[in-house]
Every structure is written in C-alpha cells, then in structure tokens.
Design a protein around this ligand. Sequence first.
Ligand SMILES: [Zn+2]
Length: 180
Amino acid sequence: MTVELNCSNCGAPLESDVPVCVYCNTPVKPDAVNLTVEEELVVLRKYHTLLRNLDEKAAGDAVAQDQLVRVLKTGFLPRQAEVLIDAGLKLIPFLGLHKFNTIDEAAYGRLEMIRRKLKILTSEDDSPKLKTAIKQFDVALSQYIEKKDNREGGMVAIGCGVVLLLGLVALTYILFFAPI
Ligand SMILES: [Zn+2]
C-alpha cells in the first residue's frame, strides 16, 4: 500500500522515495540532511523535471508562473559541490528565456546562490573542476546582466526615437499647417 504524503513545510505532495521536498528543500526525515551524491542527483533530476513541467505551463498560467518563481527561489538546493555544479549547469540555459521577467530574475538568483555556495566550498576543495564551474557561472551571470542591460537600453532608445518623431511631426505641423 502506498501512503500519500505531503511536505510538512509547504504541503506539496511528496513522492514516497524522495528524501527532500523538491519544492521547498525541507528534509522529509530528520536524517535526510546528509545525502550521498547519488541521492542528491536523484532529487536534483526530480527538481529539474518539476522546473520543466512548470515552465511549459507558465506561458499562459499565472499560478504556474508564481509556482515556478517560488521553486526557483526556495526549491531543492544540493549540498555537495559535484551536484551543485550540475544544478548550475542545468540552470544556465534557463536564464534570459523569459524576456527577463520575474522567472529569469529568480533563475539568476538561484545561479548566484549556487555560485556563492561553491565559492564557500573552495576552502575545503579547490579542485580545477570547482574553479572552472565557478568561472563558468560568473560568465553566465554577467552575460545575463549584459543582455538585460542591452534590452533595457534598446527599449530606452526606441522610446527616445518615438518621442523625437512625435516632436518632428508636431514641429512640421506648427511650421507648415498651423493657422497663423
Ligand atoms: Zn515542501
């Protein structure tokens, strides 16, 4: 018989074999804080399946959108370097996919959090793999900011262009057509 379980923190339904709630990162059992790499990888896979599913729904669904933002902000976060790297790498393609809205901002925040955690872990483990990953995340984060700035700059330029055009139209009207 399978027992339906819900997370004690956020109320989300839990799959029977998952040691940590993918929605809010709460351990299902008190001893679930020390997971092995393999166990964390299993939870991470489930987390990313959830992200993909919510992302598919989010386009026209405000509830799914909110849920996606929440899962990005407070969802499962691995503790071990190896799994954190995997979590960050899978997140990179997600950044900037949503026209830099709250979903992208939340994904940016998650990648930044992963980068910060890895940075702390370098005091115990300064393997080249870890350093390469941190560098890669640095690049992805700054590229995101650059693209976002360009986009905002583009919007401002379009806005200025429209104002200028309207000014010219008004000037032409005043000069040539306005009754004196
Ligand atoms: Zn939960």
